[in-house]
Design a protein around this ligand. Structure first.
Ligand SMILES: [Zn+2]
Length: 148
């Protein structure tokens, strides 16, 4: 089919965002598809199918990662010391203040009750990192945000 100069100008405006090289690629693709009895619509379906597959793979990856991290938190919950006053779990917090006037005993950690209504806390000289490492191991301690 032959278009008028006016129609070619309209077509030029419609396709100018794609660049001339891409237009030639599209023509090559169209001929290639026709040879194998496929259409541009089939390619559109394929692109959607591929996007779905990639998304599904990413979700799968994320789920696996979450499962990998989760057991460590469960592990800590199982082995955390319990509050002697209310039996809630104790939080292990590093003491950042160096031994001196503000920390005369040289405390390096504090066990504090998770229960907001309980005021139990116990200071100690063992570093928080060492306590957590002793409970869940070095790798899990790092995942949980303890350590260097
Ligand atoms: Zn308590």
């Amino acid at each position: 089919m032959i278009l008028t100069d006016k129609e070619f100008e309209v077509l030029e405006k419609l396709t100018e965002g794609f660049g001339f090289g891409k237009l030639q690629d599209i023509i090559t693709l169209k001929k290639h598809l026709e040879k194998h009895e496929y259409t541009i619509d089939d390619v559109e379906c394929y692109v959607q199918w591929k996007k779905d597959a990639i998304l599904k793979a990413q979700e799968e990856q994320m789920k696996k990662h979450k499962e990998k991290v989760k057991p460590s938190k469960d592990a800590l919950t199982k082995v955390l010391p319990k509050c002697p006053q209310c039996n809630a779990l104790l939080e292990i917090i590093p003491v950042r203040v160096k031994e001196g006037r503000q920390n005369v005993h040289g405390y390096k950690s504090v066990l504090r009750c998770f229960n907001g209504d309980c005021v139990y806390e116990k200071y100690g000289r063992e570093p928080a990192l060492d306590i957590v490492k002793g409970l869940v191991g070095a790798v899990h301690a790092k995942i949980l945000g303890y350590g260097e």
